[in-house]
Design a protein around this ligand. Sequence first.
Ligand code: CTP
Length: 398
Amino acid sequence: MQGIETVSLAGKKIILGVTGGIAAYKAAELCRLLVKAGANVRVVMTAAAQQFVAPLTFQALSGKPVLTSLWDAASGDGMEHIHLSRDADLLLVAPASADFLAKVAHGRADDLLSTLCLARTCKLAVAPAMNREMWATAPTRRNLEQLQADDVSLLGPTAGDMACGETGLGRMLEPADILTALPALLGGGTLAGKRVLITAGPTFEAIDPVRGLTNRSSGKMGYAVAQAAVEAGAEVCLVSGPTCLATPAGVRRIDVQSAAEMRDAVLAELPADVFIAVAAVADYRVDAAAAQKIKKSDAGLTLQLVANPDILGEVAARSGAPFCVGFAAETERLAEHAEAKRLKKKLPLLVGNLAQDTLGQDTAELVLFDDRGTHPLPRADKLTQARHLIGHLATLLN
Ligand code: CTP
């Protein structure tokens, strides 16, 4: 069985730029995580950032002096801003304030960090953090458009409670989520350059405007698979039924309700290199959902159900089909049912599990079925299992 095959940050030279905002305290945790992942981190702070966190914090975490001024940095040949950026694999600014984004969008270079951004030859990624009104305002929108046109990668922001007491979009992505998104930016993972399409969660089949048929899938496994695929460097699109889960960083998510909507969204996203059908798609829908709320009656109620399209079966049968991976949740005779499903849908890889042991839980015990046989994955958290699955898939694919 393959080990965990995610892109390592080991040896990657990352410049972590910290600008002035309360989220600067979270950049300390980000710095710690980057160092823990093996990256070689140089921290550059703006003057405003130093109002929030002392450079000594970052010096202790990165193990290197923090650079704070264009003029201090000029102690050598005066070209520190050129040397630093030439040497780096990635320039990551987190948090990136509204003011800093404006500066970079306009190509200004009036301090060390903005000069590095302008002089760089490496990839630039920014994790914005600001009040929701500042995020939504027209000048910031214009600056973001410009940054994207200039191939600057945007990580977040996310929605939630803010230091100013308001709630909304503008909060910096959590450090762990920023870390997850980095391998895709750095390239070179086992799924680098691959387009991976994933379905997740339950579907909801309407009975009338207020009722419907659904199932107990939480979506946790599908979301973990999406995260593991991003970590392996893939471009990931997640077609999700209704869940309460946050989208993993770096994943593009399309929300759907019914199996029919899920099918349409999946077909519209083809072609893809890999299709992983994790969703618990309802096998049946109500033949004709009522336009108005159905009133109760002593006579009882009979619903006429019709079969839903088999999304995985349809995708796998197409000419030029992606590498298709199915999931089978069984309540008994797992090996027998799972292998039968794999052969019936002509899948190179199928993931089997016992539904009663997995549904809604944070851990899972899985078995992978492929042409070479079975590969058990002993119980572990779903992200660990997803990473094993992606590692195994990558070896079959490559
Ligand atoms: N699947 C799909 N579209 C459907 C039904 C299932 O894409 N309409 C996918 C699931 O995402 C999963 C696999 O097919 O990857 C499950 O196979 P299948 O046996 O068709 O689904 P079950 O409903 O679990 O089968 P059964 O109820 O007979 O056990």
